[in-house]
Design a protein around this ligand. Structure first.
Ligand code: PNW
Length: 484
């Protein structure tokens, strides 16, 4: 590992923003404290233990009580910025636009934000990282009710901008709308666990619902961003964007034009689905219209106009891995959401996209990360912040603390991905910041607590935090790549 710094290519600007990221439900716990209302993940994990490995977020990392200690960790690691999410049902326990604001919830995030500023760490606030108030799901179907949910989200966003925007200047509306739509409403492995194809789910209509939920997420995002642009940005001097996930895809057979098309189509179904409306105020990609027909909702002129008012300051990119895409010769199934392609870890010549990590879906592919950055920047033209990037080390789920803290694999993952960012800067891409996922080991959603993405080891029995080597190393990995 000593080798990564001396040879490191220079090129990160001295202003490069960097730090660590988390999400409320994955770390906070304290689910019935401080006036917090239930969210869809509380219900999902308690009612569907077979899907969620019998775990839940009731305690998680107990960040709700230990946040001061966690702020001290950030300071110790030298972070310039911290990305966290606000729990909607801590701010408005019943979620809706007529429902009361919970001052205890406001007080919690006020302490968190003030604690960051006192340590000279910039707050980066995600409004929605998957924890919809359960009351809104019960009242009108939550994300399945495009017209209602966007009004409630706008009011929730307004409360956050009004109460925190004088000190929090960097806003992310929604985290990974693809996961919310597909995992929540098509394959049913995330809250609210709806699917017509997954036998473990009792409800859902997956040929329709993911596309409806996605439109609700897009329009809710647009309402919040246009509100910020109109009423808060000039006064508060902040910025707003969105965090979009999506792997990079290479053609399985580089000599087959149909695989080149399949790779591009796969990325349109993953990224363009959200980025075309959110970043460009445009309709969904043509390849999606061609495959999905009437199942894909339309945008009205008024909706496109709202999307134009919601112009964003940056593209937040959550990037972990890449894959190969191979075209299929059979027609797409009704529930297909991938553009009718096969996804493979090896190409036709048997070359792997990357070595295995500590989770099956993630293989590091930093050279493809550089290509990904170039592709996204060419398409959307906004400055890019990497709002998530990280991995569990191979076998880390079975390691004890002493083994887990010696995380060379994670340090190499960070170093090679920062090299890719330097490469992309040389290609002319504006990459302005980087958040490692995650500040600490936490609840990896329905997979539970076994997969450890943290730079801090969490002991879930004692809740003790122990910095892994990568926690202290990230700063030098970044600073050694800065041009002075
Ligand atoms: C992101 N996949 O989710 C989320 O934003 C985080 O909350 C999460 O902990 C992190 O990545 C690590 O997984 C993903 O299956 C969940 O490809 C699943 C996938 C990708 C991203």
């Amino acid at each position: 590992m000593a080798s990564v710094e001396p040879k490191a290519p220079k090129g990160l600007p001295p202003s490069f923003v960097w730090g660590f990221a988390t999400a409320a439900y994955q770390i906070e716990g304290g689910v019935s404290e401080g006036g917090r209302g239930p969210c869809i993940w509380d219900k999902f994990m308690h009612l569907e233990p077979s899907v969620t490995n019998g775990v839940n977020g009731d305690v998680a990392c107990d960040h709700y009580h230990k946040f001061e200690e966690d702020l001290d960790l950030l300071a110790k690691y030298g972070a310039r910025a911290y990305r966290f999410s606000i729990s909607w049902s801590r701010i408005i326990p019943l979620g809706g636009r007529e429902d009361p604001v919970n001052e205890e919830g406001i007080a919690f995030y006020t302490s968190l934000i003030d604690g960051l500023l006192a340590r000279n760490i910039q707050p980066w606030v995600t409004l929605y990282h998957w924890d919809l108030p359960q009351a809104l799901h019960d009242r009108y179907g939550g994300w399945l009710n495009v017209e209602e949910v966007q009004k409630d989200f706008e009011r929730y966003a307004r409360v956050c901008f009004e109460r925190f925007g004088d000190r929090a200047k960097n806003w992310i509306t929604i985290n990974e709308p693809w996961i919310v739509s597909i995992h929540g409403y098509s394959i049913g492995i995330d809250a609210p666990g709806r699917s017509s194809t997954n036998k473990q789910c009792s409800e859902g209509d997956s040929p329709r619902e993911p596309w409806i939920a996605a439109k609700a997420l897009i329009m809710s995002h647009a309402r919040a961003a246009s509100l910020y642009n109109k009423e808060f940005k000039a006064k508060q001097g902040g910025r707003i964007g969105v965090s979009i996930n999506g792997d990079y895809y290479e053609p399985w057979d580089p000599k087959d034009a149909r695989d080149h098309e399949a790779a591009e189509r796969r990325m349109e179904f993953h990224i363009g689905w959200f980025a075309n409306p959110m970043m460009l105020a445009q309709d969904y990609p043509a390849s999606m219209r061609a495959q999905l027909g009437d199942r894909l909702p339309q945008f009205t002129d008024a909706e496109l106009s709202l999307l134009r008012d919601a112009e964003l300051d940056f593209y937040g990119m959550n990037y972990y891995t890449a894959q190969f895409a191979r075209h299929r010769s059979t027609p797409a199934e009704e529930t297909d959401h991938k553009g009718n392609v096969d996804e493979l870890a090896e190409n036709k010549a048997g070359v792997s996209v990357g070595e295995p990590s500590g989770i099956w879906w993630l293989r590091p592919a930093p050279e493809l990360f550089r290509k990904h950055l170039v592709r996204i920047y060419k398409k959307y033209g906004k400055p890019i912040y990497i709002t998530e990037n990280g991995c569990p080390c191979p076998g880390e789920e079975k390691m004890n603390k002493e083994e887990s803290v010696r995380d060379e694999y994670r340090q190499r993952y960070f170093a090679t991905h920062l090299d890719a960012i330097v490469g992309a800067l040389q290609d002319g891409v504006e990459v302005k910041g980087y958040f490692a996922w995650s500040l600490m080991d936490n609840m990896e959603w329905g997979l539970g607590y076994d997969y450890r993405f943290g730079v801090t080891h969490t002991n879930y029995e004692t809740l003790e935090r122990t910095p892994k080597e990568s926690a202290l190393r990230l700063r030098s990995i970044i600073e050694s790549r800065m041009s002075t």
